[in-house]
Design a protein around this ligand. Structure first.
Ligand code: SF4
Ligand code: SF4
Ligand code: SF4
Length: 333
């Protein structure tokens, strides 16, 4: 039994539990729709369109606040306090959550992250050839996309809508294309989010993009690791606060790391920087989901670690590397 006890095994249990809580939690723990969500500002893609969700992501309040509140600063319809208070509460909640768990909201709790990893496991079991890593050039081209999505679809377009420069359909444009909206609502038996809207060209365009993105994400996830995560606007939002996170990935590279790149090959987000042998620091990258695979797959004692405040809670070792590699070989057949 002990031979299967790994960080990834523990992570799967946590992910599965979190999936049920975030997708069906209101059914089990509460009775009403909005008032009883856990934080209403989760730094992971749990969806407010799922009426049974236990909590929803911070991106929906941010878009609504840009559209209905922050915009009033420009139209002169309200004072500073009224315009900014909602956003300040959402941002403070996100900061507090990041302080506690940092980017582990992605690697351990996000329903959409777990869904993509599950599709990847199905792809492996179906015998589909897995793309081991994306090239550095491809990774560098993809990385800025999430910042554009965050800036334009979460902040700027909703703000311009509130000011009256864009039509109402651009008030929450990221929600309109978000694959988590479709995945989580389908998971509770609601087919309505798959519709192609006929309400005007903007609505039609956004609903078409949503369905295409959802289909593409599933098709890619069969052989590419976590395809949507690479462009997810949650990552830039988390990054604004990642420096205060108590949980972090640390490398003690200089004298021990031989630059074998095992950690890079294991990383589902293709963060090639973690393989740099000269690094001796907190290496929690913007794209990191704190999944722990790099720690599991580093073959040297104490080179890669998870720290929580001053305490080391997980560290790489020859033993765990051997065990993990064996399980990986068995799993891939
Ligand atoms: S559609 Fe996406 S961004 Fe909007 S609430 Fe749902 S998970 Fe969050
Ligand atoms: S990056 Fe992935 S795991 Fe993180 S919130 Fe986005 S979809 Fe979820
Ligand atoms: S750097 Fe390590 S912890 Fe971060 S996503 Fe990659 S494998 Fe996971």
């Amino acid at each position: 039994m002990d031979k299967f006890l790994t960080v990834t095994a523990l992570r799967r249990v946590v992910q599965l539990t979190a999936f049920f809580f975030f997708v069906y939690g209101a059914t089990v723990f509460t009775t009403f729709y909005t008032d009883d969500k856990l934080t209403q500002a989760l730094p992971a893609l749990s969806c407010a369109y799922d009426m049974k969700s236990g909590d929803y992501c911070a991106l929906i309040p941010l878009q609504h606040q840009m559209d209905h509140r922050v915009s009033t600063l420009f139209t002169g319809d309200s004072g500073i306090m009224q315009a900014l208070m909602g956003t300040a509460i959402t941002v403070a909640t996100v900061a507090l959550l990041i302080l506690i768990l940092n980017k582990a909201f992605c690697g351990w709790l996000c329903p959409l992250g777990f869904f993509q990893e599950s599709v990847g496991m199905i792809g492996t079991k179906l015998g589909m050839k897995q793309l081991p890593s994306l090239s550095v050039e491809t990774v560098n081209k993809i990385r800025p996309v999430k910042w554009f999505i965050f800036l334009f679809l979460v902040l700027i377009f909703p703000l311009l809508t509130g000011i009256g420069m864009l039509g109402h359909e651009w008030g929450s444009p990221f929600c309109s294309i978000c694959p988590s909206r479709i995945m989580t609502t389908l998971a509770v038996g609601d087919m309505n989010q798959l519709y192609i809207s006929q309400a005007g060209w903007g609505y039609t365009l956004l609903s078409l993009i949503a369905d295409l993105l959802f289909g593409l994400m599933i098709a890619l996830a069969l052989f590419v690791r976590q395809p949507f995560c690479r462009i997810c606007p949650i990552l830039p939002m988390q990054t604004l606060f990642k420096k205060i996170g108590l949980l972090r990935l640390v490398k003690n590279g200089s004298s021990y790391c031989e630059g074998c790149s095992n950690c890079v090959k294991a990383c589902p987000m293709d963060i090639y920087e973690i393989g740099n042998p000269a690094v001796n620091a907190n290496i929690t990258h913007t794209d990191c989901t704190l999944c722990g695979r790099c720690v599991e797959f580093c073959p040297h004692d104490g080179v890669m670690s998870f720290k929580y405040g001053p305490a080391t809670i997980l560290t790489s070792s020859k033993e765990s590397f051997k065990k993990r590699s064996k399980i990986d070989k068995w799993w891939k057949g």
